[in-house]
Design a protein around this ligand. Structure first.
Ligand code: SAM
Ligand code: SF4
Length: 364
């Protein structure tokens, strides 16, 4: 074992990894469906195969969403600690060899990193990568959509928590609603499959649930309601969560929701509404855990690998690259990270005291 591996393995998760249960949701397949390889470092001890890598390409953002980071922002990482595009490509090449098939580029706000479209174009050339998605606040899409399409991006999720200008400013601490709406329009106009992410919070924007259902219909788009999750300094409490079941109940009074397939391999439960081209989906991380089918790994902007949004980073892949480590060392590091993955996160009512990073630092 090298020095780097020793350092990495010493950073073992400080939470109880046995929490939760996979009993309710059967694990996804334990083999790489393409190569049939059953022994890959991407399978954890509960048999979950991790073929989905979410890559944060920056910890910086041009918005200051109240639920994501403090008004004054957070201390950005020095630029030399952030993975270069070459390092990201190198890591994706490694992960693709091990069985990763889907990538999501996120942040911070990924579209503010100079050259990010070139990175997407480059990652798209890897023949093993079947899907390459982007999560964005939408502020740059009206400018970037044609180039993203040309670069081969598969799909976009745009975060939009309100359709009202004054409220948009209160939530994001920026006044760019029109720009974001235009960005969604441009993304669709360039034939990029587009979804809208809405964090619904009681007393903040829950009077817009039906407005968003109409928005989904009129724009022929999928609106995904996401439960508010606890992170450092985001004033979360269990009272600030509006559960998916409550939202379903509210929508159900006016519309008929028809469940579509996809759960639990996909984290969102998706519904159609008869007579509407729009769809409604729910990401219920707080009240309806989907850990049993989890296939995700997360790479932070500075190259740390996380096996769960709610577990601390376990290993630095950046350090291995910068010490000219081998694929075997990367493989060992990934295995160390996945060895610390729990069956599922504990009930979130206990979580307010936990010392997580902010969401913007983790990468959503
Ligand atoms: N800046 C981009 C954006 O806003 O889409 C990408 C990064 S953001 C951290 C990724 C996703 O995380 C967004 O859809 C955002 O709404 C969501 N998010 C951030 N903080 C959250 C929280 N506390 N609870 C639930 N979702 C959150
Ligand atoms: Fe920025 Fe996205 Fe976080 Fe909002 S949710 S502060 S846009 S990273």
């Amino acid at each position: 074992m090298t020095l780097i591996m020793l350092l990495n393995s010493a950073r073992s998760p400080k939470y109880d990894v046995r929490v939760g249960s996979t009993a309710e949701c059967p694990p996804t397949q334990a083999t790489d469906p393409q190569s049939g390889a059953s022994k890959t470092c991407l399978v954890d001890r509960f048999g979950r195969f991790h073929d989905y890598l979410r890559i944060s390409i920056t910890d910086r953002c041009n918005f200051r969403c109240t639920y994501c980071m403090p008004e004054k922002g957070v201390k950005w990482k020095p630029r030399d600690e952030i993975l270069t595009f070459e390092e990201i490509v190198q890591l994706v090449t490694f992960f693709a060899k091990k069985g990763v098939r889907k990538l999501r580029i996120t942040g911070g706000e990924p579209t503010i990193r100079h050259g990010y479209i070139d990175l997407i174009r480059e990652l798209r050339t890897n023949p093993a990568i079947e899907e390459l998605a982007l999560t964005t606040n939408g502020s740059r899409l009206s400018k970037d959509a044609p180039f993203l399409k040309e670069a081969g991006l598969s799909s976009i999720n745009v975060s939009l928590d309100t359709l009202r200008a004054d409220r948009f400013e209160a939530i994001t601490r920026r006044s760019e609603l029109e720009l974001v709406l235009k960005g969604i329009e441009f993304s669709q106009a360039h034939d990029i499959p587009t979804k809208v992410n809405v964090v619904m919070m009681p007393g903040v924007n829950d009077d817009e649930i039906i407005d968003f259902v109409h928005f989904a219909s009129s724009k022929c788009i999928t609106v995904r309601f996401i439960e508010f999750m606890p992170f450092l300094n985001n004033n979360w409490s269990s009272c600030s969560v509006l559960s998916s079941s409550k939202i379903r109940e509210i929508i159900g009074k006016e519309f008929q929701l028809q469940a579509l397939d996809g759960y639990p391999s996909d984290v969102a439960r998706e519904y159609s509404i008869p007579g509407s081209a729009g769809r409604i989906a729910f990401v219920s991380s707080v009240t309806e855990s989907f850990c049993g089918g989890c296939s995700r790994l997360r790479l932070t902007a500075d190259g740390e690998l996380k096996s769960c949004l709610f577990l601390p980073p376990a290993v630095s892949l950046r350090d291995i690259l910068r010490y000219n480590g081998t694929d075997d060392e990367l493989e060992q590091a990934v295995a160390t990270c996945l060895a610390g993955k729990w069956a599922g996160h504990p009930p979130m009512r206990d979580w307010a005291q936990r010392d997580h990073l902010t969401m913007v630092q983790i990468g959503g």
